[in-house]
Design a protein around this ligand. Sequence first.
Ligand code: AMP
Length: 438
Amino acid sequence: MSFDTLGLLPELLRAVREQGYETPTPIQAQAIPVVLQGRDLMGGAQTGTGKTAAFTLPMLQRLAPQASTSTSPAKHPIRALVLTPTRELAMQVEESIRTYGKHIPLRSTTIFGGVNINPQIAALRKGVEILVATPGRLLDHHQQGTLRFDQLEILVLDEADRMLDMGFIRDIKKILALLPAKRQSLLFSATFSGEIRELAASLLKDPASVDVAPRNSTTELVKQVVHPVDRERKRALLAHLIQTKNLEQVLVFTRTKHGANRLAEQLDKDGISALAIHGNKSQPQRIKALSDFKQGNIRVLVATDIAARGLDIDQLPHVVNYELPQVPEDYVHRIGRTGRAGSEGEALSLVCVDEHKLLKGIERLLKNPLPSEVVAGFAPDPAIKAEPIENGRSGGGQRPGGGRPSGRQGSNPRSSSARPARPEGRRGSAPSSSRRGV
Ligand code: AMP
């Protein structure tokens, strides 16, 4: 199948060609015609499937007839709103809008928290048709009277499951109340909990449904291996694997922000260039970490689950689960970072005795056991007993009513890197726990 058969405008096809894309991905092939018709859509897709272009291309096309080169702000009312859970995703979505929309005179901007609001206000005053926003900052703008949605035609909720995980449900409901009832709404989510279905039912009208999310089975292009190891030897094993297998561009997951920081610092001391990315980092720090990683200036990016969501890193060769996630679905999200766009990826999980229950939960979700390989010199000591993983017992991490999440990124005080830490919410502040040596 080629892009030419989807009914897209020549300006969009040209932009797609300039990106070097030849065939639409499954979510694009299915979603683009539906969105072009003006229908609401419920899309099951995670990052890496091409979902951004799946909604961005038809959205641009629907807005194109009224695109204007006029400099008057009145000619550029907000006509589409894309809500994202994180600043990174907001930036990436807007980058895609600029990329695909470069031959159409539509304006876009992002608004997200953690940065000065004034430049955002100035950008809004000039007029933009497409606004990409995180929920909290959008409401801040609304309170300041810098936004009008009376001409809004399209709403996109991107990574809706993650928005709920991060406690944004009330903000989303407040935002929905500000929008015209007559509009086209698109909702994308990698998972479909009861809460997501409820949200979808409240905002979508007679939606078409397109589902490409590998929810309970991971992509076949990802080679998955578990390396059993003692909790105190994880860092040594990670350094060993990176060096002996000559791994480049490695995305490493920890459960906590402190764990991410500490591991990145230690790897750096071991001579393996590494940076941590998580919600306590300032915006410039996150942007720099991501761009250094993308350009190959740093070898390892250590991330927490929430920070990693929405990171647009193509065809990542290696993902390492330094600690297994508390929530089995997060394993699927994590390894979805690799094996993209037809290239094979590798997902390694360093699993200590404390994590056997988490591993079982993941294998249950995948409906398959994960192959296990002991690395020579790192065989676990059978005398070491399992110790509890703190905060990991809340069972699922989603609170009814959607407040701040609890327990998603619990920590194991005995594990090699984790510290008691608060989960990353939208206005999370730094945990004040004491640090101990890794
Ligand atoms: P997304 O799932 O939207 O985050 O997209 C994942 C990556 O796939 C992005 O870097 C896109 O540039 C790339 N991509 C999107 N659509 C295509 C396509 N049809 N062919 C090749 N790459 C694509």
